[in-house]
Design a protein around this ligand. Sequence first.
Ligand code: PLP
Length: 434
Amino acid sequence: MSEHPLPATSQVMIDFTQMKSFGRDPLIIERGKGIRLWDVFGKEYIDGVSGVFTANLGHGLDSLVDVAAEQGRKISFSPPTMATNPAALALADLLVRITPEQYSTVKFYSGGSEATENAFKLARQYHLQRGNARKTKIIGRYLAYHGGTGHSMVAGGHAEWKWRYEPLNTGFIHVTPPARPGCSACQRLGGCTLACVDAIEEAILREGPQTIAAVIAEPVMMSAGVHVPPPGYFARLRELCDQYDVLLIHDEVITGFGRTGTLFASEWIGAWPDIICCGKGITAGYAALSATILADKVAEPFWGEHEENIQFWGGHTYGGNPVACAVGKAAVEMLIDRDIVGNAARVGAYFGAGLEELAERLPGAKGVRGIGMLYAFVLQEHRGRAVHLAARERGLLFRPGPDFVVLAPPLVATEAEIDEILAKLEAAVIEATA
Ligand code: PLP
């Protein structure tokens, strides 16, 4: 129980949440350890969604807090417009070493939206500086989410999350994603023909390849309800992008740093992009940090003398912050040194099998989608919020969708902890779908 009386929750706004109803039964998290959280009223929860796909190493890790404190005592802020710092250099070096050899350059920011936002600016300027000034349009996919700021929001494909903020930025085109039942072609043709990649080629050709700067895609679409792409989707997309001189941007803000059982999802989808956007798990939630990791080919047109004026025209005050970068380096090293990515793959497979078994057994369930430690448990009806509330009552937190709930525990979870999650989920689904 908190030692002090709490100020009113009406004084803060929570993301995507109606504050009046939130205030009636607020969730106010006070501390955490491993996969567990405690609220100010002393109630214990299992963090079934790693905060928001972020606390991948679990909560309450003293060693990461110590890294932040140690770095803060040396220098907690370095001016991003005229300097960098040893922590940022060390993390950039680590990221370049753990990605394939075509990646040479990193630009840091402080959140995932800044990473995708700047990926579009980088792509447009890349083409401009190579003499293709008309290559400005970005192709995104319906049901995608790439962030809440201007361009990143427009690149996303949920109309409901955008229309209130019209007029929207122009120059963004959307195509059907490989998200069944979103893919009408699959339904019509009775199976996957990768018609959704053909749709991207058609968009490129109809708009004119000379006008297309980039395609952005999440390797696994989370907010669409965790859709794993069909085999061959990204390899074919990669070929198309090369064919039409279009940059491929992977939004690995959720999938990066182990979530799908490999360090980056680009590894198992069989295609690497020209720009990797990452955030969230890069510090496992111990500091605010994100990055774009650029292939040589993208970085090269920005490399010049002062007089050439070809530098990137953008930056953010907290981008490459020394405390965040020191924590990021320690978090990524921990992920690798302790084989936490391997744990995500192994325990993730156990989790997936357990969810499948539940889905077969429970009348209110329809199926499971996902990979690694990222799953949607799909419901027969639009009972996502009801299941979420019933689970919260039982001390399990996850993310509700309309007819699914998304589970993504910290990557350090054990099989015993997964069993606890499955038991609580089962009870919640039974209550909410009865
Ligand atoms: N991209 C994806 C796939 C995301 O899920 C999110 C956030 O959830 C973002 C980008 C934006 O990241 P942030 O909320 O850190 O700005």
